[in-house]
Design a protein around this ligand. Structure first.
Ligand code: ZN
Length: 466
């Protein structure tokens, strides 16, 4: 008896494969079997045997179908603290100092509900794999809460066990009470890798080790976290992630405290290599970019957040030209108050052009960053493209809408990026249908929003009562 569900998706106006030839197939079709794609081509060419064996047929007329997007940087818990008035108009260090005392009141329930909310928001924006960088663990909250929440939504999840150990009393930025003891951080990091990390193809759960930033952890913790991740061996593929070169304040901090620019500091710590990706990298110089390219060190580009906090414009064109792997991230919801990954694709295109070069980023390259780019940065070769043997992670957007009228008829791929970003019509992850007719099948959104809003209000009230 057949145990895997097989889906036949046919008659897509355009199927954007992101395969080795970057094929864009008109009247496209695709067949899945369990978690994998088994066939991609034109609807007229679907083999009769596969058609006959399909359990469900999905008519994709009027839609563009793409590989699901990959989000490479976020802080899900920050959905609870969007647009906090005192942090609306601040640069990074002031913004953090305003928010740390509120985040100190996080609870396991708040972590759980914010993870559900952010993943639902991402899913509806076309994201099928997301990492999350969570770096403060007050009141008994654990990475376990995030993995439990992610399982209820069904998005492929790379949980980054973040950490902070350099408090104010030692010259760091965060208040001491949101930092952890370094031995405890390393002990818990090992525990979560051993408990949750799945190195296999089509894995739904991976763990990343992720000390927060140069101004909130010590060099010793950076080195020991890297040594721990690498001690599991190349087959386990445990990646490393942190914030780097986000602002000029951070550059000044690194020079004053460590005697290095941020990019050189990463090299000094051996935080370069194809198992490392850094968020932001707005202030890398050409020499540092060349070093990242040589070592295949990845970057999560977060354009909206960089604009929101007035951090600057990351040299994405230069990084791509040099060969640095670049993925996209929406970043935390307190510095980009939306988790809409397709919108981040659009922001990437616009921000690279703003200094005067209209060819600095095309729609197709921006989509490549969101798919293949993100997959490479997370160390995965089973997502980011639609081809036989790849994970069945795909999304469809309607093109017959008000928002795309007069555009999709000329170039559907460009219309998706240039026109006002819309939510997906449907999404499939690991061969499972999770969104249909624009609505998630397994999430009660009004109920989720109500629980989330209650948690957000309670969080700020607890902080105010201190
Ligand atoms: Zn961040």
């Amino acid at each position: 008896m057949k145990t895997n569900t097989s889906l036949l998706i046919e008659h897509a106006d355009l199927l954007v494969t992101m395969d080795a030839e970057r094929r864009e197939i008109r009247d496209g079709a695709l067949v899945t079997d369990g978690p994998a794609i088994v066939w991609v081509g034109a609807t007229a060419d679907v083999p009769a045997g596969l058609r006959a064996a399909a359990d469900q047929v999905i008519d994709a007329r009027g839609r563009i179908v793409l590989p699901g997007f990959v989000n490479t940087h976020h802080h899900f818990y920050q959905t609870l603290t969007r647009v906090i008035p005192a942090a609306q108009d601040a640069v990074l260090f002031d913004w953090l100092k305003t928010l740390y005392p509120i985040w100190a009141e996080l609870t396991p329930d708040a972590v759980f509900v914010s993870t559900q909310l952010a993943l639902t928001e991402l899913l509806l924006s076309g994201c099928t794999t997301s990492s999350d960088h969570h770096y403060l663990w007050p009141n008994g909250s654990r990475l376990d809460d995030q993995f439990a929440a992610a399982a209820t939504i069904g998005v492929r999840f790379h949980g980054a066990r973040g950490s902070m150990s350099l408090g104010e009393s030692q010259g760091g930025l965060p208040p001491d009470r949101v930092t952890e003891d370094e031995a405890a951080i390393l002990h818990d990091s090992r525990r979560v890798v051993e408990t949750f990390h799945d190195p296999d193809r089509f894995a739904m759960r991976r763990v990343v080790l992720a000390p927060c930033s140069p101004f909130s952890v010590t060099p010793a913790l950076m080195r020991e976290s890297a040594a721990l991740a690498r001690s599991f061996g190349a087959q386990m593929n445990v990646h490393l992630h942190t914030h780097l070169a986000e602002t000029q304040d951070e550059e000044a901090f690194c020079l004053a405290r460590f005697g290095y620019r941020p990019g050189d500091y990463a090299e000094f710590l051996e935080w370069t290599g194809d198992d490392v990706w850094h968020a932001h990298c707005v202030h890398l110089n050409p020499r540092e970019v060349a070093h990242f390219a040589r070592t295949h060190t990845g970057v999560a580009h977060c354009p909206t957040s960089n604009m929101r906090l007035a951090s600057g414009i990351a040299p994405v064109r230069a990084m791509r030209d040099a060969g640095v792997p670049v993925g996209l991230g929406v970043d935390g919801s307190a510095s980009n108050d939306g988790s809409h990954l397709l919108n981040e694709v659009r922001q990437t295109l616009l921000l690279q052009r703003v200094m005067g070069n209209p060819r600095a980023m095309t729609a197709r390259e921006a989509l490549e960053l969101a798919t293949l780019g993100g997959a490479a940065v997370l160390g995965r070769d089973d997502i980011g493209a639609l081809a036989p043997g790849m994970a069945a992670d795909l999304v469809a957007f309607r093109l017959d809408t008000l928002w795309h009228a007069g555009g999709a008829v000329h170039d559907p791929v460009a219309a998706l990026v240039f026109c006002q970003p819309q939510p997906v019509d449907w999404a499939i992850i690991n061969g499972r249908r999770l969104v249909q007719d624009g609505a998630p099948l397994h999430v009660d959104i009004p109920h989720l929003v109500e629980r989330h809003n209650r948690a957000a209000v309670a969080l700020v009230q607890r902080a105010g009562a201190r």
